[in-house]
Design a binder for this molecule. Structure first.
Ligand code: AHR
Length: 330
């Protein structure tokens, strides 16, 4: 089931010790074998790829957190291919790791491999992105953002920016990877919000695969076929940054002739926001490493963790970006 119940308050890990649970892969339960010293634990992490500044920051944060905790982390980069991620998870099962964590490239198609992990008694933690499965016992916890909420925040800004519009506002959308939770949910949250103003029209929408090159290429095509674009809604900063290049190459001024709203708030995006080339950014935090280590340590101690842990996030205007940039970690 994709839409999980948020039990934890935003950004707060509510963890409790519940004695030694049995049945290693049961939701919320530890391995049942008693705590292992952290330096004997082995965790396999199957990452999506290196498609964006966000992903690079996420990888660095996770690797750093496990290093700091003294837990061995086996890491694989799926290069945005589901089959590579499935292979990596199978290899972690074969190696008999203690826990598996992964950020699913797409939402569907995970039941078989997750059942294999369950049969092997290896608890699985989802980070960043959800799976669309009816069987919630296939993973212990899902730690990450509320992507629908992110789409709504982007839509809210657009609603208020064009509150007085009396003519159609032409919006183009640069979607994330087709089938990925953030692409599906950010589109849904945005559409749900802007429908309150019939002048706001999404006239074109296509995937740029969460990459800068993809965003640039799709935006070039949009500019050719639509002379009157008012606003770009990009599902991440990188695609927004690619769109800026395409807009400038077409002789227009990003942030003025064509407004841009993105999601992530990585340093490059924040710099473009501070420079006036992006108009608004919805934050999506990649700093999930410490919380993932906490989840695994708690499970290792025989404790329970919440099924859904939502990351705490904010939004940035151009003025706020100027203030926040010097201390931005990623
Ligand atoms: O799943 C999180 C998304 O994936 C980020 O918004 C994007 O930049 C990344 O590629």
């Amino acid at each position: 089931m994709k839409k999980l119940i948020s039990i934890a308050a935003a950004g707060v890990l509510l963890l409790g010790l519940a004695g030694c649970a049995s049945g290693g892969a049961e939701p919320g339960a530890g391995t049942g074998d008693g705590p292992k010293p952290l330096d004997e634990l082995v965790v396999g992490f199957a990452q999506v790829g290196a498609e964006s500044g966000w992903r690079t920051a996420n990888t660095k944060d996770i690797q750093g957190a496990f290093k700091d905790a003294g837990i061995e982390l086996k890491f694989s980069d799926a290069q945005q291919k589901q089959e590579n991620q499935i292979k990596a998870i199978r290899s972690y099962i074969q190696q008999g790791v203690d826990y598996i964590a992964f950020s699913p490239v797409v939402e569907t198609g995970w039941d078989a491999v997750l059942n294999e992990a369950k049969a092997a008694g290896i608890p699985v933690v989802l980070t960043d992105r959800a799976v669309d499965s009816k069987d919630e016992s296939l993973y212990v916890s899902f730690l990450g953002s509320d992507f629908i909420e992110e789409g709504k925040k982007a839509g809210d800004w657009v609603l208020s920016e064009y509150a007085d519009a009396t003519e159609p506002v032409n919006i183009v959308q640069l979607e994330g990877t087709t089938g990925a939770a953030p692409a599906i949910d950010r589109a849904e949250g945005f559409a749900e919000t802007i429908k309150d103003n019939p002048n706001l029209k999404v006239i074109a929408s296509q995937t740029g695969d969460f990459t800068r090159a993809g965003g640039k290429q799709v935006m070039e095509a949009f500019l050719k076929s639509n002379p009157d674009i008012d606003l770009v809604y990009a599902h991440n900063d990188d695609m927004g940054l690619g769109a800026i290049e395409a807009i400038e190459a077409a002789g227009k001024v990003p942030g003025k002739d064509i407004k841009i709203v993105t999601v992530d708030a990585v340093k490059d995006g924040m710099q473009a926001l501070a420079d006036g080339k992006i108009n608004f950014i919805v934050e999506c935090s990649p700093l999930l490493g410490k919380q993932l280590v906490d989840i695994i340590s708690t499970l290792n101690d025989g404790g329970t963790v919440d099924k859904r842990i939502v990351t705490e996030e904010t939004t940035f205007t151009q003025e706020q970006a100027v203030t926040a940039l010097p201390d931005r970690q990623y």
